[in-house]
Design a protein around this ligand. Sequence first.
Ligand code: ASP
Ligand code: MG
Length: 441
Amino acid sequence: MQVLKFGGTSVGKPERMKKIADLLMATPGKKIVVLSALSGTTNALVKIGENLLADSRGAAEREITSLEKHYGIFVRELFSSEAYKAIGHEIVSRYFSLFRLLAAGKFDDRSLRELLAQGELISTELFYHHLQERKIPSRLLPALHFMSIDENQEPELEKISERLGPLIQTLGNVDLLVTQGYICRNHKNEIDNLKRGGSDYTASLIGAAIKATEVQIWTDIDGMHNNDPRIVKKTFPIAELTFDEASELAYFGAKILHPSTIVPAQKYSVPVRLKNTMDEKAAGTLISNKGTRGEFKAIAAKDGITSISIKSSRMLLAYGFLRRVFEVFEKFKTPIDVVSTSEVAVSVTIDDNTFLPQIEDELRSFGSIEVDKNLSIICIVGSRLSEKEGVLKQVFESLGTTPIRMVSFGGSNNNITIVLDTAGKDKALNLLNEGLFNIHS
Ligand code: ASP
Ligand code: MG
């Protein structure tokens, strides 16, 4: 069994949705297809929800009406026969009646989560009926019947797996199952979600739960690129990555994949393949256990970084100092990305400044504090980098005279992390592209 996920842009236009059906027809074997909401829908639902929470009912109603028009046009183009157009319009009007019903009642956080879940429910229902019209045998596999998170918002992989097997059995012997990305139930059995962009995560959770042969994430770019294509002119898709390398890249900025996606796939060694709906023949990127050695793979960057340096002469020869520093961040539930230490000082970076004033206050009891904002992290990912001769020399020679604030190497054998002023980031990414991949733009 394979799991294939199609994102918002891949289902966002009627002709693209039809192309997915073609593509599935051309893919032999049993498949579970995970769909996102049509592109723009979740954003629109977020807006409607925000308006309703703020009691701006008029604004919410206007958003609902304009979204309804969009779906009306979509249905007319998706279906061919009058009979199926009628079914499509009936589906749309059923969902929009629900939106208005939710809007009319007392609107709270729970209603918001119910509203947000409708995007994936409509897209899968429309797609399922498109398959019906084309007489392609398939069944809907309701995500709300098996996908769940616990009280810490963590997916319950074992329970998901226990529910999925029997549920798939009851749907009979059909090769194609269609399910919703993103949505789930929480520990109170309420409708909830896996956070924005969570459909990728759904796909890998299902892949791990049924021990799929492969999880394919179909988007509109031909795999993970070796550098940020928005900033660097000449980039290329990476053919193969290990799970560890892909996690680092997803976390540090490669927007193509939801960062948590790798976790369940890696746990059960289910390969993840990134593919392009616009160019089906393109190889894409294969993420698996298979690694190479001593090779640069890719560069990713993340903005909005703040560094905090704590300098303390008491740290000299003291033990337990780092623990006490880290405890402050733990107390304010603020994750640390990069750490660099000397005998009398430690610098850390964070990307969430919500509790920065409180954190600063508490850290001041240890020594003097210095905070720098508007920094970026550049993450250079490669396989078994310590086995590559002159690896740091190559990085620093590429960067030339670029001012660097922090460096971290050795935490894992597949990453070199550099922190610098965001103002210098674009140039640094281009210099590294030339120096590490020998690409001149
Ligand atoms: N529709 C959801 C979102 O836009 C989930 C997803 O597309 O992955 O965030
Ligand atoms: Mg996405």
